[in-house]
Each structure stands twice: as structure tokens, then as C-alpha cells.
Design a protein around this ligand. Structure first.
Ligand SMILES: [Zn+2]
Ligand SMILES: [Zn+2]
Length: 167
């Protein structure tokens, strides 16, 4: 049965610090952020107001993201400046590869457009990188600045240029 070893090929696993309570140590009150100026909760300078209340979170508020931000040779202010973001989440060949891994465990990604599939895989890859697993079932909040960056990389609508197929 293929489901016996569902995490066998995960790109990264971090069982010691992954207690299954993602975000439990990142308690924060986001209840008024939809109405607030972004500068009241964003300290990285790159977040924007998100339509859903809980998504209004800055990279510098998320423990697992801050941990990755600390693992760079030159200090950075925002996760979007991390030298690993491009190769891990924005490079379409990485996402082509991630899709093979994802598909093996979870089946095909059902999104209408290629850009939606690329964005979905970029979010999954970011979660895998910072939290240690790739699957779709456990939800964590991706910081607003990183969501903006991924949307900028894979915008909806016409795209001019070559991209490898996510097949
Ligand atoms: Zn921010
Ligand atoms: Zn940021």
C-alpha cells in the first residue's frame, strides 16, 4: 500500500520541534488587523492587508519563519529577502519537482490555471521549508509578505515567457 510510508520522501522533517501544535507558540491577537494600518502589526515593511483576518501576520511574528530568517550569512529584515526563497518557492523547476513529491503522497493538485497550481505549490513548498512537511491537511499561516511575493511571481492572467509545465 502506497500509504504505509506517506512521509518517506518529504524534503525536510523536523520532528523534535514539531509538536503538532503549529502556531501554538505564536499566540497573537489579529482580531482588529483588518481595520488597522499595516504598520501597526508589520515590522518587516513588506506585508499588506489580507482579506481574511487570520492571514494578517508578519514574517517576524512566526517562530518557524524567524528561525529560517536567522539562518543566513547576512542579517535580513524580511523573509522575502531570504536567499533561499527564490530556489525553494519561486523557481518553477523546483515547483515542478515539488509537484512530483506532492503528487506521490497526495494526488494531483486540482486548480484551474497553471498559475494557481504554481502558487499552490509555492505555498506548500514554503510550509515544507519552514515547518517541515509538505501535505495539504495541516494548515499554517504564511506571512502576508511571502504571500504577496509568491503572487507577484505567479500572477493570474496573461503571462509572457516560458515556464516548464507542472505535470
Ligand atoms: Zn511584515
Ligand atoms: Zn516580511
Amino acid at each position: 500500500m502506497a500509504s504505509v510510508l506517506p512521509y518517506q520522501f518529504e524534503p525536510e522533517s523536523d520532528p523534535e520541534s514539531d509538536n503538532g501544535a503549529d502556531g501554538a507558540n505564536d499566540e497573537r491577537d489579529v482580531s482588529r488587523r483588518l481595520d488597522q494600518d499595516v504598520s501597526l502589526w508589520c515590522t518587516c515593511g513588506n506585508c499588506a492587508t489580507m482579506p481574511s483576518e487570520v492571514e494578517n501576520v508578519c514574517c517576524r511574528e512566526i517562530t518557524k519563519v524567524v528561525r529560517r530568517m536567522s539562518q543566513v550569512p547576512i542579517p535580513i529584515m524580511c523573509m522575502t529577502e531570504h536567499p533561499g526563497l527564490e530556489p525553494v518557492c519561486l523557481n518553477p523547476y523546483s515547483l515542478q519537482n515539488i509537484y512530483n513529491i506532492y503528487k506521490y503522497d497526495y494526488g494531483p493538485v486540482r486548480h484551474r490555471t497553471e498559475e494557481e497550481r504554481l502558487r499552490h505549490l509555492a505555498y506548500r513548498s514554503f510550509v515544507s521549508w519552514c515547518w517541515g512537511y509538505l501535505g495539504p491537511s495541516r494548515r499554517v499561516i504564511i506571512p502576508s509578505c511571502v504571500v504577496q511575493r509568491i503572487r507577484q511571481q505567479f500572477p493570474s492572467g496573461d503571462y509572457i515567457g516560458f515556464r516548464p509545465p507542472i505535470d
